[in-house]
Design a protein around this ligand. Structure first.
Ligand code: GLN
Length: 458
């Protein structure tokens, strides 16, 4: 697997051509919705001519198709945005381009990032990089698969409740969701504004440090961004206190997943850290909190797709009301509609206190529990998802079954803490399994340095 340094100092045009050729060789995986070929080659020639330089000069990458990007439409894998050509680029894309990196394509996702398998894409699912009969995971399935197939050394995803970490685990790559606010959300199609975080997929923790140090920092156009605090650590962390979250190691978690997590815990001990079992009493309520708060924010963020301001308008509509209704009916997939309806319900006047407000109170309790744990522990460890990658159609009939795949990732999203998925082993059937590491807010550098120090040790 090639890492970023393998691309540095080479012809940018050759790097871009190689990435596009590999992408085309793997077209049956359906990781891509579009290539940004012309723009990529133009920029490559500018890098080769010395007009653009920087720490990522000539390094190709891909982005989830919910990032506003030049060179191809931005669809968020939905029909409603099918023809939408972005008038601007996401801040983090601008930063990566300024550092010399070159975007070669837009990757598949669950429409509007609603899902955990990429099966909710309006353009068909992405296949797992290791086993084509299994899902890629999601919602950033295309970016995870493009990295795992070695098409590019890094890819961007968005993580609202696990959409970087879970597909990273399913495909055997690193996936990092930084602290909420470390990276700008500006220019990315909003899902749930209080948990949306932009992050990346890579093959090594060191590459993630490099990419994130370019992406991080205050953005005047995103009021939730933090002052830049991210500086990769220069030495490996010693004698850390690590808590293994036992609420996520119960019998209903796949045995291979538990085993891989326990072995990783042992290798942490062997590396001189202490690992103790810890509990998060609210853990069992996090899915319930998430699936109230997130749909509420979705219903409000998706109100702007009305068939008038963005994208497609239904040709069937005969009145203004029908423009709204039919455009939204034709443009959204079932899961988008389900979330809009749940969100509207939990925000409605009769139910606001019973659902939305209660979920927000529970979220505060969860944050308090994390804060208490981080008084005693530097890092928390648990699985990423209860199972390795599942088969196509296995969970689509029952949305609750699909939501269960998020049981271990949504807690870090609700608390806004940094979390990452690290490849740690395989199932008996050879499917990749990652483990999840979490740290206190703004401790992204510690998280990455621990992952880096453990590479090759588990
Ligand atoms: N699978 C989760 C969901 O469907 C997470 C999605 C995400 O992080 N974008 O909500």
């Amino acid at each position: 697997m090639a890492t970023i340094s393998d691309y540095i100092g080479k012809s940018a045009r050759a790097n871009v051509e190689q990435a596009l050729e590999r992408a085309r060789q793997h077209e049956s995986h359906h990781a891509f919705l579009a290539y940004t070929e012309n723009r990529a080659l133009e920029r490559a020639d500018r890098v080769d001519a010395g007009e653009i330089s920087g720490p990522l000069a000539g390094v190709p990458f891909v982005v989830k198709d919910n990032y506003l990007t030049f060179g191809a439409p931005t669809t968020a894998a939905s029909k409603i945005l099918e023809p939408f050509q972005a008038p601007l680029q996401a801040t983090v894309i601008e930063k990566l381009e300024a550092a010399g990196a070159i975007c070669v394509g837009k990757t598949n996702l669950d429409a509007f990032a609603h899902g955990g398998s990429t099966e909710n894409s309006a353009y068909g699912p992405t296949k797992n990089a290791v086993d084509e009969s299994k899902v890629a995971g999601g919602s950033s399935g295309g970016s995870a698969v493009a990295t795992a197939l070695d098409i590019v050394p890094f890819a961007l995803g968005s993580d609202t409740g696990g959409s970087i970490r879970q597909p990273a685990s399913f495909n055997g790559v690193i996936g990092v969701k930084p602290t909420y606010g470390m990276t700008s959300r500006y220019g990315v199609v909003a899902m749930a504004s209080s948990t949306d975080v932009m992050g990346c997929f890579t093959h090594t923790a060191e590459d993630a440090e490099l990419v994130l140090s370019v992406m991080a920092g205050k953005d005047a156009r995103d009021m939730t961004t933090l002052e830049d605090y991210f500086t990769p650590a220069t030495s490996a962390p010693q004698s850390l206190r690590i808590g293994l979250i036992s609420d996520f190691m119960t019998d209903d978690v796949d045995a291979d997943v538990r085993e891989v997590t326990s072995i990783y815990a042992d290798s942490l001990r062997a590396a001189g850290h202490t690992v103790e079992n810890v509990n998060i009493p609210s853990a069992k309520y996090t899915l319930a909190m998430y699936y109230i708060i997130v749909p509420a924010e979705i219903s409000s963020n998706l109100a702007r797709y009305d068939g008038i301001r963005y994208g497609k308008r239904s040709s069937e509509a005969k009145s203004l009301e029908e423009v709204y209704g039919k455009s939204r009916d034709e443009g959204f997939v079932t899961e988008n509609k389900r979330r809009i309806m749940i969100g509207s319900f939990v925000l409605s006047s009769g139910f606001f206190d019973a659902y939305y407000q209660k979920a927000q109170k529970a979220r505060t309790l969860l944050i308090n529990e994390f804060n208490a744990l981080f008084e005693k522990y530097d890092i928390l460890l648990c699985p990423v998802s209860p199972t390795p990658a599942f088969g196509f159609g296995e969970n689509t009939a029952d949305p609750i079954k699909m939501y269960l795949s998020d049981a271990m990732t949504v807690a870090a999203s609700l608390a806004g803490i940094p979390a990452m998925s690290v490849p740690a082993g395989t199932s008996k059937d050879g499917l990749p399994i990652g483990v999840q590491l979490m740290a206190q807010r703004k401790q992204d550098a510690l998280l990455l340095s621990l992952a880096k120090s453990m590479e090759g040790k588990s």
